[in-house]
Design a binder for this molecule. Sequence first.
Ligand code: NAI
Length: 309
Amino acid sequence: MTQSMRFDGKVVIVTGAGNGLGRAYALQIAERGGKVVVNDLGGATDGKGSDSAAAQKVVDEIKSKGGQAIANFDSVATQAGGANIFKTALEAYGRVDSVIANAGILRDRSFAKMSLEELDIILDVHLRGTFFTVQPAFNWMRENGGGTIVVTTSPSGLFGSFGQANYCAAKMGIVGLMRTLAIEGAKGGVKINALAPTAATRLTATAGMPGEQAGEDDPASDAMSVRRVSPLVLALAHESCPSSGEVFNAGCGWISRTVMAVNDGVVLSQYTPEEVAVHWGVIRDAANLRVPRDGTDYWNMIQKATGQA
Ligand code: NAI
């Protein structure tokens, strides 16, 4: 198959690209002609420590195959780090066409026992980290003809997961951030979408799932290979991406979309909790769902349902 989806002349920032999913995105974008800023702090899966080797190794690998890449070792979890990642791209290559905000860690604990530190570090790396990494590039893209942004949510965040209250809150926060940036970026040609990946990496290994160290000879690891997620990410990062403001899932080669939807509901006539109780069936019914484009569209739904439209 010919590679019609090329990134020649494009500059793509990938955060957390020293391992796992981010590494796969960086390598494949470089293979398709893109210039990649390979960001990675190089810490452990719980966010402790740092090591420039993670990002540098991926840059060396890209260069050894004839591709173009530059390493950045900043943490996404600070505003200065986010600014510096953007600066690395601008100084090396003069532009930014795409950002893939992928860096992530875990600090799992049941909610009853979760500490403030465990909440803060997860919000810092995932939610605030996405904000800090995306904002400089978003502003630049709006002034320079647009671009694409892919942020990383999680099936755990979208659907809930025992022991991950901090992580799920951050990952759902990223969806809210993305939805609004799609609205605010539309006029400037910025398209932004969220990915909920499922793949065997060192992160999943900590959660008792297949990890990348099991190797590609292991059928479970191979089914969950990062290579079965990366095609969607490349398609979302490419200028031809038809979507903005949407959430996509990818795992084991299955690509799908998650939506926030509203059912037909009921219009109360007596405004009492008893009337709500009588209608629980129809209020909770998930059969006839519609997907609001944005908050204004939802307001239109209220007006229509109540006969004010
Ligand atoms: P990974 O641990 O293999 O890679 C994550 C990379 O992010 C690491 O190289 C790490 O050094 C880097 N990183 C961590 N904190 C950083 C910081 N403050 N600044 C810069 N780099 C930092 O993990 P994986 O699985 O590749 O995860 C990538 C993203 O996908 C994460 O956001 C994760 O939450 C998300 N995800 C992964 C799933 C999976 O099944 N692997 C499931 C759902 C979400």
